[in-house]
Design a protein around this ligand. Structure first.
Ligand SMILES: *[C@@H]1O[C@H](CO)[C@@H](O)[C@H](O)[C@H]1NC(C)=O
Ligand SMILES: *[C@@H]1O[C@H](CO)[C@@H](O)[C@H](O)[C@H]1NC(C)=O
Ligand SMILES: *[C@@H]1O[C@H](CO)[C@@H](O)[C@H](O)[C@H]1NC(C)=O
Ligand SMILES: *[C@@H]1O[C@H](CO)[C@@H](O)[C@H](O)[C@H]1NC(C)=O
Ligand SMILES: *[C@@H]1O[C@H](CO)[C@@H](O)[C@H](O)[C@H]1NC(C)=O
Ligand SMILES: *[C@@H]1O[C@H](CO)[C@@H](O)[C@H](O)[C@H]1NC(C)=O
Ligand SMILES: *[C@@H]1O[C@H](CO)[C@@H](O)[C@H](O)[C@H]1NC(C)=O
Length: 872
């Protein structure tokens, strides 16, 4: 273990670590010798609910394990069994199998999102969608003759396949990788032939394999990498910045050179550093520094590393907005022999320092930055888990607008592009690997294969991600069943030791929802991560943080998971609890409507282990040494519909499944962007039948005082007290008209907001988040449709049925949603009801399209709405 992790007996509150950042190759590189091309297009697919091929993990395992060889500590290697491999006689792996009846599609693909809901055997946890079954994918892979004749190495790089992927080329089993969230590489070289090749992929998703919606299929990008037999290996660079000052930074690189050739050769390794274009991630301008070059000779079939260091003067540091900028660099590594370059490899990274302090919290580049984070599952709402860059970018944009500066990848590694986005937006990422270790949470989770795969999955995970500047710590597990016993401590140490070996520059944490300060795991883990232990537990204000802090005076503490407030956007239930937080239930004042399965949007209700945002904020303000929180969750997600298990999606999100902001968005924005003048009022003010009844009005503002006017008359001016995070006007009686708030900061007017009583629904008002999108069949426009009255104001409880259609132009409706957790209309359906006045349509172009797309929205009795989106 590196000495920097050995806490001395004298409290060393500041653990200064230098950091850097990401590796990543972009799309096809024309770079010397190396080609990386997308294999996403033109696949055939079929799903089987009962096993069509008599294969299984048990049968395939011995042929999958060799893929782990690169990720095992010395001495452990798996030999591929000799003889005929399984599957060579299965029809679907054969050249001549007629797949013309199978579904034709492009990757990334999530087979389960097509529905329908209430799939047999699938419970509320995984979202009642058909995630289970065996999925076969087939693709005609063309390989140029010179790739074969020049004996290039040919690799298949999966960013992720859900799950138990096994791959055949021309009927030969190549290998596979069970864990659906890790990226993996398979070596096709021994099996490729010039011309047409038949690639077949088998996925196997058991029921009870996940607590939430995992998706199903080859749900991330797939790449074919062709390189010289001597090349920079997979995840073959590791860049660190051990010393950083305003005037210069020391950058160190380790380059892994892999040799699959038979011929003798000496290789020169040279790397230059460039500024990087923030979006294309390509080098910009002249090199700003160069590493000293070195030479290596690597034995056949082996790897050898070449280390070098360089100095960057006037470094442009990577850091989170608004106080810092996420500047990046790219290192371009060239392998050459006798002056001829034959491999080029790009590594995007950032220069920064991070520090974890037991008393001060988290520091980056010397600045204390409180973690205002959210946890998010990997689904992208109505498009499921099939990775889409724009859908992920939109999520991060909305979160950043709220002041969210941290993201926890609950509970598994994200798509590589998601980390590129985090780097670009300056988000602080807690990258998490596992939801289970040796003991299961559900029967078919990772615990089934832990012993064989924990090490390769752990090393793979860290090597893939360790150059990303956004990542500030590794999470080795979430709410592990064995967290409180001796085994939890042992396994935690095993995993944490690997994280230190693979990345001495960051600490590890684990999300503990029950392990206390005196457990083996708490003793072992670098950073104390608590789920709800510091600020959850319903109405109780007793916190485990003081005990953790005194027991582990050298360790930083953070809330790896907090709040778990639940609500349905736009649904306000009366009476409203007078309390700061209340456990959700179906009785009056408990916030829940069990009949319609909605939870009140007053944002005060949570399950018993959890609490409102207000109570979480109070506890964080009482214990300021805690570094911050990752709220459960930023977005609603498919599955886990607590507290109403028969619904389709969660109630936890600050933002709903369609990407519409709940009221809760504004209580976070008020705290997390305290410099932004803003005020937000709830509830809506259209309550026919409630005249004269108590209808509490709550104000979320970044100001410290607010005056409420009901139909022009003051209902009082109130200051926000200590440990208060909303200004409550709980005695207001409803009468139609308007409510208006004027908020103040330090006595000066700061922000206002007004909500009016609206009339009947007369029209649809459609607005696209982007009216110009790329005509590549992948880029998306998210169109929000509001049901409005004659003045254009949203009708807050409207639930009119709306149909989206392409009136003209090369467009497609990908899916629709409304954020209603109870709506089981499949997402691909163009007709669904509005929920709380809103409807979403996700639109893309046909492949290779250009020109205008007119999208129309119709609803009986209402004036239609439309938007025009141009494909460029
Ligand atoms: C491969 O090509 C054959 C012949 O053109 C075609 O029948 C088959 O559907 C193709 N398979 C895939 C997966 O595209
Ligand atoms: C190395 O030699 C083996 C055995 O002759 C041959 O099959 C293989 O193609 C060679 N590899 C390269 C990269 O030349
Ligand atoms: C690769 O391995 C072969 C066989 O061991 C050896 O002859 C050759 O020199 C090695 N090449 C490099 C670049 O190390
Ligand atoms: C190269 O870097 C690796 C990994 O950090 C380290 O183990 C090794 O000692 C370094 N070698 C040299 C010569 O600096
Ligand atoms: C490099 O040059 C040396 C000396 O001229 C020669 O022996 C060797 O074959 C060359 N190697 C390659 C890969 O061209
Ligand atoms: C509010 O708090 C009071 C006093 O602790 C308690 O009796 C009541 O049940 C709470 N209300 C709700 C809705 O939880
Ligand atoms: C439609 O909604 C947008 C966005 O909320 C708003 O700016 C615009 O004024 C509305 N237009 C009409 C005609 O209601």
């Amino acid at each position: 273990m590196p000495t920097m992790f050995q806490f001395t007996s004298r409290p060393k509150h500041l653990l200064l670590l230098s950091l850097f950042a990401l590796s990543g190759l972009k799309n096809v590189s024309a770079a010397a010798g190396r080609e990386r091309r997308s294999l996403n297009e033109d696949w055939r697919f079929s799903r089987f609910t009962s096993n069509p091929d008599s294969l299984s993990y048990d049968v395939l395992k011995e042929w999958m394990l060799p893929a782990a060889n690169g990720f095992l500590s010395d001495g452990k290697k798996y030999e591929r069994p000799s003889g005929t491999a399984p599957g060579s006689d299965v029809d679907y792996t054969q050249d001549d199998f007629d797949d013309s009846a199978w579904q034709q599609l492009d990757l990334p693909h999530d087979w389960a999102i097509a529905g329908p809901f209430d799939a047999p055997g699938v419970g509320g946890g995984p979202g009642r969608l058909p995630i289970n079954g065996i999925g076969w994918y087939r693709h005609n892979l063309t390989i140029d003759a010179d790739v074969v004749s020049s004996k290039k190495s040919v690799f298949l790089d999966f960013d992720g396949a859900m799950s138990y992927a096994a791959v055949w080329l021309n009927g030969e089993l190549v290998g596979g990788w069970p864990f659906g969230y890790n990226s993996f590489r398979l070596d096709l070289t021994p099996y490729v032939k010039a011309g047409g090749n038949t690639l077949a992929v088998r996925l196997d998703n058991a029921l009870d394999s996940s607590r939430w919606y995992p998706g199903a299929g080859i749900y991330r990008n797939l790449w074919l990498v062709t390189v010289d037999p001597v090349h920079v290996g997979q995840y073959g660079t590791f860049i660190t910045t051990p010393e950083v000052s305003a005037s210069e930074a020391t950058v160190e690189i380790v380059v892994d050179v892999e040799n699959k050739s038979n011929a003798s050769q000496r290789v020169d390794v040279a790397t230059e550093i460039y500024a990087v274009d923030p979006v294309s991630l390509k080098p910009a301008g002249e090199a700003v520094a160069a590493f000293s070059s070195s030479s290596v000779t690597v034995a056949g079939g082996e790897k050898q590393s070449a280390n070098a260091s360089a100095t960057v003067t006037d470094p442009q540091l990577w850091g989170p907005p608004p106080t810092q900028k996420p500047n990046k660099y790219v290192a371009v590594t060239t392998l050459s022999s006798n002056g001829t370059a034959f491999d080029t490899y790009e590594t995007v990274f950032g220069i920064r320092t991070i520090a974890y302090s037991a008393n001060e919290g988290f520091l980056i580049n010397g600045e204390h930055v409180r973690i205002f984070g959210t946890c998010n599952h990997h689904d992208l709402g109505a498009i499921g888990t099939a990775f889409n860059y724009r859908a992920a970018e939109r999520q991060i944009e909305l979160l950043q607008e709220m002041g969210n500066n941290g993201l926890r990848t609950s509970h598994n590694p994200p798509a590589p592009e998601w980390l590129e986005l985090a780097d670009r937006f300056g988000m602080l990422v807690l990258d998490e690997l596992f939801d289970a270790w040796r003991n299961p949470k559900v029967d078919n989770d990772f615990s089934r294969i832990f012993d064989d795969w924990y090490e390769p999955d752990m090393r793979n995970f860290i090597r893939r991600d360790r150059n990303h500047p956004s990542i500030i710590a590794w999470s080795i597990g979430n709410e592990i069943p064995e967290q409180s016993n001796a085994q939890g401590g042992e396994t935690g140490k095993l995993l944490q030791d690997i994280s230190h070996e693979e990345d001495p520059s960051r600490l590890a944490t684990t999300a503990m929802n029950s392990a206390g300060p005196n457990t083996a795991l708490a003793n072992e883990i670098d950073i104390i991560g608590t789920n709800y232990q510091g600020e959850g537990n319903g109405a109780s204000f007793s916190s485990s943080w003081p005990n953790f802090h005194s027991t582990h005076p050298d360790k930083m503490i953070w809330s790896t998971e907090s709040s778990s407030c639940v609500s349905s956007r736009g649904k306000y239930l009366f009476p409203v609890t007078p309390n700061k937080t209340a456990v959700v239930g179906n009785n009056p004042g408990q916030g829940g409507d069990g009949t319609n399965r909605h939870v009140s949007a007053y944002e005060l209700y949570s399950p018993s282990w959890a609490s409102s945002p207000d109570k979480v904020f109070e506890q964080h303000d009482r214990y300021p040494y805690v570094a911050g929180e990752f709220v459960w969750t930023g977005f609603d997600y498919i599955g886990e519909p607590t507290p109403y298990d028969s619904s389709r999606s969660s109630y936890f999100g600050i933002i709903d499944l369609a990407g519409f902001k709940k009221d809760r968005f504004y209580i976070y924005q008020a705290r997390w962007r305290s410099d932004l003048p803003m005020a937000h009022l709830l509830p809506h003010w259209t309550w026919p039948g409630r005249e004269g009844q108590t209808t509490p009005v709550h104000v979320f503002t970044s100001g410290d005082e607010a005056e409420l006017f009901v139909n022009g008359e003051s209902a009082g001016r109130k200051k926000r007290g200590q440990y208060e995070y909303r200004i409550r006007f709980d005695d207001v009686k409803y009468s139609p008209g308007s409510i208006r708030v004027v908020s103040y900061k330090n006595g000066a007017e700061w922000a206002t907001a007004e909500t009016k009583t609206v009339g009947d629904a007369v029209a649809l008002n459609a607005t696209a988040d982007r009216t110009s999108i790329a005509g590549d069949g992948k880029d998306l426009s998210f169109v929000t449709v509001e049901v409005v009255d004659s003045e254009g104001s949203i009708v807050p409880e409207a639930s009119n049925s709306i149909t989206a259609s392409i009136a003209s132009g090369p467009g497609k409706i990908v899916s629709t949603d409304n954020g209603d957790p109870t709506d089981k209309t499949v997402f691909s359906e163009p007709t669904r009801k509005a929920f709380s006045g809103k409807f979403l349509a996700i639109v893309k172009t046909e492949k290779g399209a250009s020109g205008d797309i007119v999208v129309e929205f119709q609803s009986d009795g209402l004036t239609a709405g439309s938007v025009t989106i141009s494909a460029t």
